[in-house]
Design a protein. Structure first.
Length: 125
């Protein structure tokens, strides 16, 4: 019944720090939609941002900054990602390590975004 992920919603304490991390560090593109809502686009997916100023008719029961644990597939070799993360001053909490992905084995590193969400960045192992 379900084929793919269209978007997810990230709850943030500080939208500007969040946007900076996902655009400057991870290379996502900022877009605006609806009545001033913001999203981060990458590939064929996007992350909608939700903070205290977001007005929407549907939202999670208990939106909480820092509760997200997500894995992204890199568009370049993981060693290049590691170099870019270090150049941006982003500490790597774990990795590179081997993990099991949805479609294949992964080689991954883990970092935290400004809200302390766990961000796994991977390449096929």
């Amino acid at each position: 019944m379900i084929n793919s992920l269209d978007h997810l919603v990230l709850t943030t304490r500080d939208a500007e720090k969040c946007v900076d991390f996902y655009t400057r560090v991870l290379g996502m593109k900022l877009e605006t939609f609806g009545e001033g809502r913001r999203a981060l686009r990458f590939g064929e997916q996007k992350i909608n941002l939700h903070d205290k100023s977001t007005v929407t008719d549907g939202y999670a029961a208990h939106p909480t900054p820092g509760s997200l644990d997500i894995c992204f597939l890199a568009d370049r070799p993981l060693d290049e990602v590691i170099t870019q993360l270090r150049a941006a001053g982003i500490p790597i909490e774990l990795g590179p390590v081997k993990r099991t992905g949805a479609r294949f084995a992964l080689r991954s590193v883990y970092v935290r975004d400004p809200d302390r969400n766990l961000i796994e960045i991977s390449e096929p192992a």
